[in-house]
Every structure is written in structure tokens, then in C-alpha cells.
Design a protein around this ligand. Structure first.
Ligand SMILES: Cc1cc2nc3c(=O)[nH]c(=O)nc-3n(C[C@H](O)[C@H](O)[C@H](O)COP(=O)(O)OP(=O)(O)OC[C@H]3O[C@@H](n4cnc5c(N)ncnc54)[C@H](O)[C@@H]3O)c2cc1C
Length: 374
């Protein structure tokens, strides 16, 4: 079978990976020289901790297993099972962490509630003040800026894989064929459109108006090397307010009785932080839903995040080296892991994994492959 994959972000690349693994021929088409979108701009968190119980958690856990296997074959991914810590302060935040460890699926996530000393034994860089920390052993990380390149280098070892960069797919022709903006036609047995947050143009023509997917814009930053290891990823208790795993009476109480800092509330923020292979820290994020999106990055959210990180680390942040924004596509139904739609005979659109796309894409692609009988 010949599979045409459109888009070289992580969703497209994982579909290519699944097809090549199953012995098929793959042509992957990307309009840029290499992917430049959400798949490079993210934290690289393989994030299990906040997932909703049920299908979403199962997808994330399966994906983590697949990432670990792929990471063993592709060291350039920088896969590491680093786990995460969410330090909490005060009784209200502590109660949410306690509710999390009381969940039935807490063992599957590797949740544990740690004292500050236990947390510092795991991650000695946490010298600031906090009263306890929620540990999630299953969280992991990869290097997002180079992951797609590393995966591509591995795929290119297969004679069955072809990468066609610098070509925008403009048209689906009949069944199973696409035309790019060079006028070339690529014919296969199946076409999978993994076009990320580009929801207009070809996608609108094929899927119609009413696509149950929206775009979300986030601000991020990265520092110079910290000068010491940050052995786990870090989140703050604001993350409890955004991730479904923390829904509980304790969270309702937190929301009712403890307001988020003004900047955090205005920009729908949480702290997530992970150390890069070079020692720098990737720190975020904000969430912007209303269009038109800003074309510039705002300083207030960065000031807020710097304050939160410095309070956990008990030291000044290294110089900020980079700031950027990214956009992902998210299913409007928060219960849906991804939007997978047959838009023509033999042509599928796979988009909308939202803030979990880096985590879940290996399992999303596996499900596509199973459902399409590859
Ligand atoms: C700031 C930020 C932080 C995030 N952090 C995390 C995280 O830590 N963990 C996590 O799990 N998820 C995270 N996410 C979400 C995750 O990055 C996305 O869900 C995921 O990268 C989406 O991958 P994709 O392949 O669908 O999209 P993209 O990476 O956008 O790739 C789509 C590709 O398709 C190409 N394309 C589009 N149209 C065409 C066409 N017509 N012809 C040819 N090529 C085309 C584009 O050029 C692009 O390269 C984050 C996202 C952002 C923005």
C-alpha cells in the first residue's frame, strides 16, 4: 500500500512512522522546508499527569510507551522518563493534590504526594518554599526543536519512505491523489491530511464549515542554561485549574476561595517548565482563544512566570534567550482526543489534538493505522 501523508508535524510524522513500520510505502509532503509549527514550538512534554481518566489517559499512556520505544531507536529524540513535580502551597492546593492521589487511576499515572524534603531529594533544584508536591512518575520529555528532524532521519533509512518538502498540497483529485503547488500529482491508496492548525483553504474546502476544531495561541520562553540539573519537569498549582484530571470538590473549593494571580487569570496561564538538553529551561504558558490573535508577544505573562519559577527554585532565572508564540488546533469537545474525519473516499483529516498532540500523536497514529486496516 502507498500512503500519502500531508504535513510534517508530529502527527504527520507519526502516521508516516506507523505506515513504514507496517511495511507500506510513504510519501510525506510538507509545505515548509521542515515543520515550523506547534510540533517544534512546544515543551516536549509527554504529559500524562493532567489527562482526563478513560480514553484520554489510555491514549497518553499508550503513547508514552510508544515514545519510549521510539526513543530507544532514535536517541536524537532525547526521550527521558523524568517525571514531574507540582509543588503546592496552603491547604486548598494541597487538598487538590490529595484528591488527585486518591483517584482510582492514580497508580497508572504514578501519582504520589511528597513532602518538600522528598521532592528535593528527587529534584534538588527546588530550593524555594512549598508545603508538599504532587509527583507524577509517568511524565516524560523529548526535545521538540529537533525531534521531527531526528524522526525524519530515521524514516529516511527506509527505502519505502520519501519526504517532499517545500510543496503545499492544494487539491485532492478524485480518490487517493493530491496535487501540490508545483503542479505535481501524488497518488496513493490512502491520503492522510495532518495539516495542524491550518483550518482554512484546502481543509475548509474538504471538511466544510462546522469543523469541530478551534485554534489556540500560546506564549513561551527559553532561558540560558540553568547551570544545574532540573531533574523533573515542574508545574504550578494553576495547572490544576486547566487539566481535567484534577476536577474534584477540592478544585471547586480552590477556584471559589483562592483567586489566580491577575495576570495568570487574564492570560489563562499555568506554569509548565522542562529542562532542555543544553541545560536551558523551556517555560510557559498562556492561552489565547479569541481571534484575531495578537501578532506580538506580551511581557506581563513572562514577568509572572519568572516570579513563579524563581519562588520554586529559590534563585534568579538565567537570562531569557528566546521568546515565541505557537498555535495549535484543539477539538471543541474537550472529551475528544483528536478529530479524525473521512473527507473524501480514501482521504482522512487528522487534526485537533490540542495541547496533548506531542504526547498523544504516536497512539493517535496507531489508532488511525488500526482503523484503516494498514
Ligand atoms: C506552545 C505550545 C506548547 C505545547 N506543548 C505541548 C506539550 O508539551 N505536550 C504536548 O503533548 N503537546 C503540546 N502542544 C501541542 C502540540 O505541539 C500539538 O498538538 C502538535 O504539535 C500538533 O501537531 P500537528 O502535526 O497536528 O501540527 P503542526 O506541528 O502544526 O504540523 C502541521 C504541518 O502541516 C503543514 N501543512 C499544513 N497545510 C499543508 C498543506 N496544505 N500542504 C503541505 N503541508 C501543510 C504545516 O506546514 C505544518 O508543518 C503544544 C503546542 C504549543 C503551540
Amino acid at each position: 500500500m502507498r500512503v500519502i501523508v500531508v504535513g510534517a508535524g508530529v502527527v504527520g510524522t507519526m502516521h508516516a512512522w506507523q505506515a513504514v513500520e507496517r511495511g507500506h510505502e510513504v510519501v510525506q509532503i510538507e509545505r515548509e522546508a521542515e515543520a515550523r509549527g506547534a510540533s517544534l514550538r512546544n515543551f516536549g512534554q509527554i504529559w500524562v499527569s493532567g489527562r482526563a481518566g478513560g480514553e484520554e489517559l489510555e491514549t497518553a499512556l499508550r503513547a508514552r510507551e510508544l515514545w519510549e520505544g521510539i526513543g530507544g531507536r532514535v536517541p536524537g529524540l532525547g526521550f527521558r522518563p523524568n517525571g514531574s513535580l507540582t509543588p503546592v502551597r496552603g491547604d486548598l492546593e494541597l487538598a487538590v493534590a490529595e484528591a488527585a492521589v486518591a483517584r482510582e487511576d492514580a497508580p497508572a499515572r504514578g501519582y504520589k504526594l511528597l513532602t518538600p524534603d522528598e521532592a528535593r531529594a528527587l529534584n534538588p533544584a527546588l530550593r524555594g518554599e512549598f508545603s508538599a508536591a504532587l509527583y507524577c512518575e509517568r511524565d516524560a520529555a523529548v526535545e521538540p526543536r529537533t525531534a521531527q528532524l531526528a524522526l525524519r532521519a530515521e524514516l529516511l533509512k527506509s527505502p519505502r519512505y520519501t519526504f517532499r518538502p517545500g510543496r503545499e498540497v492544494r487539491e485532492v483529485i478524485g480518490h487517493h491523489a493530491v496535487r501540490d503547488d508545483h503542479g505535481d500529482v501524488h497518488t496513493g491508496d490512502v491520503v492522510v491530511l495532518c495539516t495542524g492548525a491550518w483550518l482554512g483553504g484546502l481543509v475548509r474546502e474538504l471538511a466544510g464549515p462546522g469543523l469541530p476544531v478551534r485554534r489556540v495561541r500560546l506564549q513561551m520562553m527559553q532561558t540560558d542554561p540553568l547551570g544545574e540539573p532540573l531533574t523533573t519537569s515542574i508545574a504550578d498549582a494553576d495547572s490544576f485549574r486547566y487539566y481535567p484530571a484534577y476536577d474534584s470538590a477540592a478544585l471547586d473549593e480552590l477556584n471559589a476561595r483562592q483567586a489566580q494571580a491577575r495576570t495568570a487569570a487574564d492570560h489563562r496561564m499555568q506554569l509548565l517548565m522542562v529542562q532542555r538538553a543544553d541545560g536551558g529551561l523551556t517555560i510557559g504558558d498562556t492561552h489565547e482563544y479569541e481571534h484575531p490573535f495578537a501578532f506580538d508577544t506580551l511581557e506581563d505573562p513572562y514577568d509572572h512566570l519568572t516570579g513563579v519559577v524563581e519562588s520554586f527554585l529559590g534563585r534568579a532565572l538565567p537570562k531569557i534567550r528566546r521568546r515565541w508564540a505557537g498555535v495549535y488546533a484543539q477539538c471543541t469537545d474537550p472529551g475528544r482526543v483528536v478529530h479524525r474525519q473521512q473527507v473524501r473516499d480514501g482521504v482522512w483529516l487528522v487534526t485537533g489534538p490540542g495541547g496533548r498532540g506531542m504526547t498523544c500523536s504516536p497512539a493517535i497514529a496507531e489508532t488511525t493505522a488500526n482503523e484503516l486496516g494498514w
